[in-house]
Design a protein around this ligand. Structure first.
Ligand SMILES: *[C@@H]1O[C@H](CO)[C@@H](O)[C@H](O)[C@H]1NC(C)=O
Ligand SMILES: *[C@@H]1O[C@H](CO)[C@@H](O)[C@H](O)[C@H]1NC(C)=O
Ligand SMILES: [Zn+2]
Ligand SMILES: [Zn+2]
Length: 275
């Protein structure tokens, strides 16, 4: 699906999307295969799930509360086209198999097209770990997070320091519901808030690892450092990139490593913080 990305032109589809509690409570796709082929005018059982998904990830310009039903309306068609464009799949405006594959692919919980101009004023940020689920001992986790911070420190004016008490950034492994208004959806690895919030939450339910390739090849494990580098990008104020290779791309495949910032990631952080 994603490999076709670069062939599509993505128009100026930027949505001013401020993080706020969603009306959406459940977003789990146990069976959406029956939606395949649905198009404008159709009424299909379960279509509301796609509406919720596209709303949650920033593909509507407006509030859709009250129209979250199973009717394939005009605004669903436009939201769907924008989504297909972001993914780089054929922009059919219909729910085809690539679209279904897309919504079933694990991803970051932060919406796409989240345009935030928020920036840090300081260039010296300190961070600490505060988890409610014990996935790794802090002593093992902190060197990995330090590496993720270092990736950004090398290409930006920031200096990151591990602290102990009141820090700018607080990182933790948490349960699905963790009292910030953004319970994790099944397919989400993590989310982080734009400046100057400083919260970065990893969803504890995944099989997290420091070495996803490990012995024996492919695993279903999720690389802490790869996800951390991505989420720190959000903490600094970056939104998602539409390049599949970029660290700031919204999707990640378990069992893979994506720790190195691409030229595009570097260009974007430099544009946000020239000094
Ligand atoms: C990716 O997004 C940029 C804006 O950030 C846009 O100019 C470009 O056309 C998009 N590319 C693709 C392949 O969608
Ligand atoms: C974690 O790994 C176990 C064993 O391979 C697997 O059964 C389980 O589904 C995995 N959990 C997730 C969330 O991938
Ligand atoms: Zn993200
Ligand atoms: Zn959270």
């Amino acid at each position: 699906m994603a490999h076709k990305l670069s062939t599509q032109f993505f128009g100026a589809f930027l949505v001013l999307f401020v993080l706020q509690p969603f009306v959406i409570k459940s977003l789990e796709f146990e069976s959406i295969q029956n939606l395949e082929g649905a198009q404008k005018g159709d009424v299909v059982n379960g279509l509301n799930q796609i509406k919720k998904y596209l709303y949650k990830y920033g593909y509507y310009h407006h509030d859709i509360e009250g129209t979250i039903d199973d009717k394939f309306d005009d605004s669903l068609e436009s939201a769907l086209k924008a989504y297909q464009n972001y993914l780089g799949i054929d922009v059919t405006g219909k729910i085809d198999s690539d679209t279904i594959e897309g919504v079933l692919t694990p991803r970051c919980g932060v919406p796409d097209h989240l345009v935030s101009s928020a920036k840090w004023r300081t260039r010296s940020l300190d961070w600490r770990i505060s988890s409610t689920v014990n996935v790794f001992p802090d002593a093992q986790l902190s060197p990995v997070l330090t590496k993720a911070f270092t990736s950004w420190a090398k290409v930006s004016p920031f200096k990151f320091t591990m602290g102990r008490f009141k820090t700018d950034i607080v990182i933790g492994f948490l349960k699905k519901d963790h009292a910030d208004g953004f319970p994790f959806k099944d397919k989400e690895f993590a989310h982080a808030f734009p400046p100057p919030d400083g919260r970065l939450h990893f969803y504890a339910k995944w099989n997290w690892t420091f070495d996803p390739t490990g012995k024996g090849g492919k695993t279903n494990k999720v690389d802490v450092q790869s996800i951390a580098v991505h989420e720190i990008g959000h903490l600094l104020g970056l939104d998602h990139s539409n390049r599949t290779s970029a660290v700031m791309y919204a999707f990640y495949k378990p069992g893979t490593i994506k720790r190195d910032l691409t030229d595009e990631d570097k260009k974007r952080i430099k544009a946000l913080y020239p000094n």
